[in-house]
Design a protein around this ligand. Structure first.
Ligand SMILES: Cc1cc2nc3c(=O)[nH]c(=O)nc-3n(C[C@H](O)[C@H](O)[C@H](O)COP(=O)(O)OP(=O)(O)OC[C@H]3O[C@@H](n4cnc5c(N)ncnc54)[C@H](O)[C@@H]3O)c2cc1C
Length: 330
């Protein structure tokens, strides 16, 4: 990585919080560079693409299932994405239980959840460096030095961290004030199964937190997901099940979850043409911080969904609040 340093603003994390901060900064006339350890944009707003041996292409929204907006700011973002054809409404009919949107509109990315994040990034022309895993964030005089796993580093006048709260200690050190300030935050795991079946769908989506599979969604019922003649499914485990099996391998998790899904859908094992599992170690900010961001010292801003709650909108609002604080400095 070659940058004429120091950069004015570096953002770690191209999830919704990082994208939100960068977009608002652009609107306020301030450039930033986002670095993310992943290959894609969007963090937990994610889509897995799969090619079967016969060439069939499949996709699964294996992270966030849909977005909802309580506030006008994020509602406007979702509205703009729908106007651009990058988002759509998702009708789950009367077959959902529990909180699948609570009567608010459920918005999905089109043709994939990751389209939401890519749409935000492209609309603002954001500069994003992928496959860039930060290892350390250290203050050097008036500047910040961000060290990466490949041995490179960049300097910045300001740095915005949007990684999950439990990962702050690895970047800042366990004794940093921000790590202590975020100690009350709890981010819980979730195990996810992706499966494709040669069988019709008995329902579109179902939530029942008392079941090991707390959420099941027919992914190809979402706009733009053809399924190629198959029904495609995403299932998420309850918190107790997630905690009990968190350290198992992906194959072991898949082997545990697939029979549960088949039972709920009334499928035989040979109806399944694809299955895989994903472990989200930090999925849901069940106990958030309660403030939009941390600003422990000059030039350092820390945010993410875990500041405000376990939702995409919380991540958006946290990033937007950080940008507003920086722009207010003039
Ligand atoms: C299975 C699941 C289902 C969900 N369902 C919903 C839902 O239906 N509706 C809803 O509103 N929300 C849902 N959520 C929650 C929602 O996805 C999150 O609240 C939101 O996406 C968090 O955004 P963020 O930017 O704060 O964090 P993230 O999306 O986690 O972004 C953080 C980014 O930081 C990067 N990063 C981490 N460490 C480093 C490092 N060292 N160096 C560089 N980059 C790094 C990561 O790669 C990631 O891209 C769900 C989450 C999961 C996991």
């Amino acid at each position: 990585m070659e940058f004429a340093t120091p950069l004015p603003i570096v953002i770690l994390g191209a999830g919704v919080a990082g994208l939100s901060a960068a977009s608002a900064l652009v609107q306020g006339g301030q450039a930033s560079v986002i670095f993310d350890k992943g290959r894609g944009v969007g963090g937990r707003v994610a889509t897995r693409r799969v090619s079967l041996p016969d060439g069939t292409q499949l996709q699964f929204d294996h992270g966030a299932q849909f977005a909802t907006a309580k506030g006008a700011g994020f509602a406007a973002v979702l509205g703009a994405l729908q106007t651009a054809g990058l988002a759509a409404q998702w009708q789950t009919g009367g077959d959902t239980g529990g909180d699948t949107g609570g009567g608010r509109s459920q918005v999905i990315g089109a043709p994939a959840m990751s389209s939401l994040a890519r749409g935000i990034a492209q609309a603002a022309g954001l500069q994003i460096v992928q496959n860039a895993a930060a290892k350390s964030v250290r203050q050097e005089g008036a500047l910040w030095c961000i060290g990466f796993a490949d041995g490179s580093s960049v300097q910045a006048e300001r740095v915005i961290l949007t990684v999950p709260a439990p990962q702050l200690a690895g970047l800042l050190g366990p004794d940093h004030d921000a790590v202590r300030a975020a100690a009350s935050v709890q981010v819980q795991p979730c195990l996810t199964l992706m499966a494709a079946a040669r069988a019709p769908a008995p329902f579109t989506a179902a939530r029942d937190n008392a079941q090991d599979l707390a959420w099941i969604a027919q992914d190809n019922s979402k706009s733009g997901r053809a399924g190629n003649g198959l029904t495609t499914w995403v299932a998420q485990t309850s918190l107790p099940f997630s905690l009990q099996h968190l350290e198992k391998s992906s194959d072991e998790i898949c082997a545990l979850m697939l029979p549960l899904l088949c039972r709920r859908l009334g499928l035989a094992a040979n109806d399944i043409v694809f299955s895989a599992a994903h472990r989200w170690r930090y999925a849901r900010a069940d106990v958030p911080l309660g403030v939009a961001f941390l600003h422990p010292t000059a030039g350092l801003y820390i945010g993410g969904d875990w500041c405000l709650g376990p939702r995409i909108e919380a991540a958006w609002d946290s990033g937007a609040a950080i940008a507003a604080a920086i722009l207010a400095l003039g």
